[in-house]
Design a protein around this ligand. Structure first.
Ligand SMILES: *Cc1c(COP(=O)(O)O)cnc(C)c1O
Length: 414
């Protein structure tokens, strides 16, 4: 297909015709590939080149691109009712919230309630406010982990344990404390009379695909219970079958008090959610929090379709099966040191000397979308319904690319 068939605006055509300006505020670095279409695990760029998408946005399009059930739900809802305000209710958000509550109950988290928002950062902001209201005046501190990622808005950024991301925007909001991830004693030491909640990811996604060490979440949960502090689990990246269970916290068998979702929740429709156990949720009263788009029908129609589709697929089992395929494809590859993570949130740690940026760039060139999540680690997060042959094809590309990068590197040394 010719370029102009994809592009409705003359501005975009000019951009592709070699204009060197970009219409976006430059927070994302230079745009590289422009994608115009996706189907399942496949993507096509503006030149018609095909790619395998083993990143899914960043664990967003877990059911693949242009998923029929999700697309149908969104377009039907667009023809029926897009939005009413929160002065009223709509059956779509109600059903979506009930589905999330049901999944959380089955996961052992107990009876809870949902607040819908538009992103992961907003879900974390809502959680931070809930923790502050729960703790009461003077007991408002949130303890989170170094290397964590909770979003880019000021509160979520303050919770994010990455000092370099704070630096240009100091001073950060007050009331956040960071401890090293995996260290129970550090959590114990950080909890005093001012602490309302501990906020953790079950696997640090942006931090490099770092799973919680065995026993860590259980021990932190016990400390939280003992000290009357909330355990808030950020499932924005790990939630909804990504790790081979419906929720990442299930791997450790804990029952969090508060859980945040986004990413896969809408398969690309922007939507987030805060879940809280009933006795915690009820500290919020009308007016304490809100959002114009909370529970908007078009976004929550996608949530219903995603959950139903994931249940029909048994998405957690699919993720575990495809994890085995990937691990076996890469098992005896000399360029892979080891693989971290669970289900289809995997960090492929490269052998010494291989740089993930080069592997990322060469993979993209070869038609495979992955991501360099840290200097030596490639993140893989393919759709949960990825096929055996797509896994074989992607791993073959990755192995070829790693060999080529290693080869170029050794030539450079001479
Ligand atoms: C992506 C991510 C967020 C932020 O979500 P946005 O939708 O980008 O605001 C928060 N927490 C975790 C664990 C994430 O991976």
């Amino acid at each position: 297909m010719a370029q102009h068939e994809f592009l409705s605006s003359s501005v975009a055509r000019e951009l592709l015709a070699g204009q060197d300006w970009c219409p976006f505020i430059p927070v994302f670095g230079a745009p590289s590939v422009m994608f115009v279409r996706g189907e399942g695990t496949e993507l096509w760029d503006v030149n018609g080149k095909r790619y395998l998408d083993f990143l899914c946005g960043i664990a967003v399009t877990s059911l693949g691109h242009s998923n029929k059930a999700v697309a149908r739900a969104i377009s039907r809802q667009a023809d029926t009712l897009l939005h009413v305000s929160n002065f009223f209710s709509n059956p779509v958000a109600t059903e979506a919230a009930m589905l999330i509550n049901g999944l959380m109950r089955v996961a052992g988290a107990g009876e809870g309630q949902v607040f819908f928002c538009n992103s992961g950062a907003e879900a974390n902001e809502a959680a931070i406010k809930l923790a502050r209201k729960f703790g009461g005046r003077g007991r408002h501190v949130v303890v989170s982990a170094l290397g964590s990622f909770h979003g880019r808005t000021l509160g979520a950024l303050a919770a994010t344990g990455q000092p370099a991301k704070h630096e240009p925007f100091q001073p950060m909001p007050e009331g956040f404390r960071h401890v090293s991830y995996g260290d129970v004693d550090a959590v114990v030491a950080a909890i005093d009379q001012t602490v309302a909640a501990v906020l953790l990811e079950p696997i640090q996604g942006e931090g490099g695909v770092i799973p919680a060490p065995d026993g860590y979440l259980q021990q932190v949960a016990a400390v939280c219970r003992e000290r009357g502090v909330l355990l808030m689990v950020d499932e924005v990246q790990t939630g909804f079958a990504r790790t081979g269970k419906w929720f990442g916290f299930e791997h450790s068998g804990v029952s969090p008090d508060v859980v945040m979702f986004a990413k896969a929740l809408g398969n690309g429709m922007p939507v987030g959610a805060l879940w809280a156990r009933r006795d915690v949720a009820e500290v919020f009263s009308p007016g304490d929090h809100g959002s114009t788009y909370s529970g908007t029908a078009i976004a929550t129609a996608a949530v219903i379709a995603v959950i139903n589709e994931m249940m029909a697929l048994d998405a957690p089992a699919r993720a575990r099966e495809a994890e085995r395929w990937i691990r076996s494809e890469l098992a005896d590859c000399e360029h892979v040191d080891h693989i971290r993570g669970n289900g289809l949130l995997l960090g492929v740690v490269l052998a010494k000397g291989l740089d993930s940026k080069s592997v990322y760039t060469a993979s993209l060139e070869a038609g495979l979308v992955v991501n360099a999540v840290s200097a030596d680690t490639i993140r893989m997060a393919p759709p949960l319904n990825v096929s055996r042959s797509e896994v074989a094809e992607a791993c073959a590309i990755l192995k070829r690319v790693m060999a080529q990068v290693a080869d170029d590197g050794s030539k450079g040394d001479v």
